[in-house]
Design a protein around this ligand. Structure first.
Ligand code: 5GP
Length: 113
């Protein structure tokens, strides 16, 4: 069974897409936790950061580079933003397909909840 994010990649369910290339897709979170809440998702269906191998080095680097570019395009680079990758149950992960949260447009708190 494809992940919900793979279904977005295949256009089986709609999303507000902000960026896409051969390796990743980026779209707005359906339930935003900040004025800007964008997900950056590899097209390869990796379940979680706990399943990453050395083969994923290029993909994971690519996600970070694209997140930085998207933040610039969305105008949150100078003000600042947070990148989060929730991992497995105690990490708060709810969708079993690696994704990076790009959150901005408000002051972030530390430590996170
Ligand atoms: P996680 O909790 O796994 O770190 O993050 C999953 C994120 O995916 C959540 O912030 C949730 O709001 C978002 N999400 C879940 N289902 C959908 C969906 O169908 N469309 C979009 N755009 N976001 C989704």
């Amino acid at each position: 069974m494809s992940s919900i994010f793979t279904r977005i990649i295949k256009r089986e369910i709609p999303a507000v897409i902000v960026y896409e290339d051969d390796l990743c897709i980026s779209f707005r979170d359906i339930d935003p936790k900040a004025p800007q809440h964008i997900l950056v998702v590899p097209k390869k269906e990796i379940k979680s950061m706990a399943d990453v191998t050395e083969d994923d080095e290029l993909i994971l680097g690519h996600l970070l580079v694209k997140a930085s570019e998207i933040a610039r395009e969305q105008g949150i680079s100078d003000s600042g933003y947070r990148i989060v990758i929730n991992t497995n149950k105690e990490g708060g992960q709810t969708v079993g397909h690696v994704h990076l949260h790009l959150l901005g447009g408000r002051q972030m708190e530390w430590p996170p909840g």
